[in-house]
Design a protein around this ligand. Sequence first.
Ligand code: TMP
Length: 225
Amino acid sequence: MTVMMESPQQQPGLFISFEGIDGAGKSTHISGLADLFRGQGRVVTLTREPGGTELAEKLREMVLNDPMDPLSEALLMFAARRDHLQQVIQPALERGEVVLCDRFTDATMAYQGYGRGFDLKVLAQLEQWVQADVSRPRGIIEPDMTIWFDLDPAVAAQRLADARIPDRFEALPAAFFEQVAKGYEARANAAPHRFARIPADQPLQAVWMAVRHAVESRGWARGAA
Ligand code: TMP
C-alpha cells in the first residue's frame, strides 16, 4: 500500500519593508517583528538595503563612503537591489517566507529623489526595470506593506548626534533630511494601502505597539505572544 504524505500547505510569502530618515529607530522593531513571526512558526528572512548579498554589501560600502554624483548613487542603489531581489528576496518569497527588509525603493525615492533632487521619473523607470514582475498587479515586485517610522528631522538629528561616526548620508545637513521626510510623506500619500505610518516620536513601547497593531490589523501575526 502506498502511503500518501500530505505536504503542509505553504503560506504565501510576505514582504515587509521598513523606512524612515536616519535616526528614526527602525532596528529594535524589525527584530521584534521577526520574533513575532517566528513565534507563529513562520520562517523569517531578515535583510537590508543597500545590501543583503555579497555583491550588494560591497556596493553598500561604496555608496555609503565614496564620493560620487547623484546618478551613480542612484544606479548603485538599484544595482544592489537587483542582486538582492534575485538572490534573496524573490527566492524567500517563493518559499513562503516572511521577508523583513530594512529599507527598499521608497528610500531611493526619498533620499536620491527628494533629498538629492534626482529626477523622480528616471527613478520610477529604474524601478520598473529592476523590479519587473509580470505576475504582480503593478508589474513590479514591491513590499506588501511598508512600515514608515515618521520622525521630525530635528529630533532624528539629536538622536544621531551622539551616535557612531556618520556615513555620507548621516553627515548631511538638516535641510537634506527635511526633503527626505517630504519624500516619504509623498510616497505614503501615493500608496496609502501599502504604507503604515508610525509616529516615531513616542516611547519605545508605544512605537512597538503601533508596529504590532499595523501588522496584526492586516491579519498577519495575529494573536502571537
Ligand atoms: P541604514 O543606515 O538605515 O542601513 O541605511 C543606509 C543609508 O543609505 C541611509 O542613510 C539611507 C541610504 N539609502 C539611500 O540613500 N537610498 C536607498 O535606496 C537606500 C536603500 C538607502
